[in-house]
Write a protein of this length. Structure first.
Length: 141
């Protein structure tokens, strides 16, 4: 019985040391959202979305998503709102700026206008923006 206790105590001690080691490597970083400057961007038409983004957009389109892709000095940001029952939805960029350590993208999701002809069946509204390359994190609201 004493041997079992020592073995358990040894394993718990090893687990404790492992946890402390892992925690020592972790850090908490606060992303600042105070605007330094507005960023210019271009909304990318569906046919001009980089090929490397098309698969991930298609895989994620059923749920809200945000992801980025960098290529040749440009940063592409994809923002989707998941499956909707019909078409006619729009995504409006309300703010796009750089902070000390992040790029901030704020959008508004607009529903179909009353009386507007809507596509039957589900729709997967998303937008892709192209801007100058940055290695900063992208925050969305």
């Amino acid at each position: 019985m004493k041997g079992d206790e020592r073995g358990l105590r040894g394993r718990l001690g090893l687990l404790w040391i492992l946890c402390l080691t892992l925690l020592a490597g972790c850090s908490v970083r606060t992303l600042q959202t105070e605007k330094l400057r507005d960023l210019s961007y271009e909304e990318v038409e569906e046919e001009d979305v980089p090929e490397e983004m098309r698969g991930p957009i298609d895989e994620r389109k059923g749920e809200p998503f945000v992801f980025t892709y960098a290529d040749k000095g440009e940063l592409f940001i994809a923002r989707g709102y998941g499956e909707q029952k019909t078409g006619g939805y729009k995504i409006q960029v309300t703010e796009f700026y750089e902070s000390e350590n992040a790029i901030v993208l704020k959008t508004t999701f607009l529903g179909p206008e009353p009386g507007e002809h809507r596509k039957d069946g589900p729709a997967y509204p998303y937008l892709v923006l192209r801007t100058e390359y940055s290695d900063k994190d992208v925050l969305t609201e």
